[in-house]
Design a protein around this ligand. Structure first.
Ligand SMILES: [Zn+2]
Length: 355
């Protein structure tokens, strides 16, 4: 009896946790009008300087799900997966603590075949559901708009055992751009229209979730519109591709300007769920004051390390450095000024550094 009472008390302190990830959503939302997100931000911890670990769905979601970066979980480029990753999974850790672990996903890049579903008790893949109908959907109908995603999320949350952890991946701002029924024109206008569409349906879902649920709003990576000569995502680690929105509604509110990432989010969620992150998880608990650590993004031959606002970017043996606080668009790299070191040559020669 005593054990049961203690267990009940422990569960009562564990909130329901919902992570709403929007695929391909830039940190600046491309200046879309998002009244529901604005209201959500006013009651949340807001992290305006958050980054994804890569510019790719499969890899970034793997980082959130495993609490470690791509070099550890193994999804480092478009052809890798984490089927054999042996480390801890956020979902499994929460499951061990009594959570009902659930997911609704609209992007096949995190299909169970890639290893993402480990630790989830129920993992709904909306595209497969459509493919398995008696009359399979046409390829163009396999992409579920936010309305379908949130209706499925609300249904699953409504019947979930408490406490639950619900991961939702909507896919709207992903190309091709333009929400259902929109008459938008041009790539940026149609992208913005999709962001506004997903804002509306995120607001709809919020009204159907318990008001005391922890709710996270974030993205897996950004999107480029030619700022650095490339379009879409999955090509490099410029901020256009790796700066993401991050807000956590957890009973605290305010703006935290420290540089953070999806690894921090993994640790934060596990702590909120009553767990202790494994020692090899580099993430911090974002609901508490945090110390600075390097925030890394990588993809193929690209590497980026940020120490707060200073970003080191490596690509093809070139290194450039940006001050993101002064130059968020990354247009003005620092250049090392030439140094007259002639007078030092005798001393350097004595040490064998020059001939
Ligand atoms: Zn994505």
């Amino acid at each position: 009896m005593l054990e049961t009472l203690l267990l009940s008390a422990a569960l009562a302190t564990q909130p329901n946790i919902v992570v709403f990830m929007v695929d391909t959503l830039r940190g600046d939302l491309l200046q879309a009008k998002t009244p529901h997100l604005d209201e959500f931000a006013s009651e949340s911890l807001v992290f305006p300087n958050a980054n994804s670990t890569t510019p790719s769905t499969r890899s970034s979601a793997a980082s959130l799900f495993t609490g470690v970066g791509p070099m550890v979980h193994g999804v480092r480029h478009g052809k890798t997966h984490m089927q054999n990753y042996p480390g801890a999974m956020l979902s499994a850790e929460l499951d061990k603590r009594g959570y009902n672990t659930l997911a609704v996903v609209a992007n096949p890049n995190i299909d169970p075949v890639f290893g993402h579903a480990r630790g989830f008790e129920e993992y709904i893949t909306l595209y497969k559901r459509k493919m398995e109908q008696p009359v399979p959907a046409a390829p163009s109908d396999l992409v579920s708009p936010a309305q379908e995603v949130v209706e499925s999320a609300a249904e699953i949350a409504g019947r979930a055992k408490k406490p639950y952890f619900l991961f939702v991946l909507a896919i709207d701002p992903h190309a091709p751009y333009g929400p259902p029924g929109s008459e938008c024109q041009g790539e940026q206008e149609c992208y913005r229209a999709e962001v506004e569409y997903v804002d509306r349906w995120f607001g709809w879902l919020l009204q159907r979730l318990p008001s005391d649920a922890v709710v996270v709003f974030t993205s897996d990576h950004g999107e480029e519109f030619g700022e650095h000569g490339q379009w879409r995502h999955g090509r490099n680690v410029w901020e256009t591709s790796t700066h993401i929105p991050l807000m956590i509604r957890c009973g605290k509110k305010g703006v935290v300007t420290s540089r953070v990432d999806l690894l921090d989010l993994a640790s934060t969620i596990l702590v909120l769920g009553g767990g202790t992150p494994p020692e090899y998880w580099p993430g911090r608990d974002l609901t508490k004051p945090i110390t600075t650590r390097p925030v890394v993004s990588l993809w193929e031959t690209w590497r980026a390390v940020r120490w707060e606002g200073i970003k080191y970017l490596w690509h093809e043996n070139k290194t450039v450095v940006f001050d993101l606080d002064q130059d968020p668009a990354e247009t003005k790299p620092f250049r090392a000024a030439p140094v007259d070191d002639e007078s030092l040559i005798p001393a350097l020669r004595a040490l064998g550094y020059v001939e």
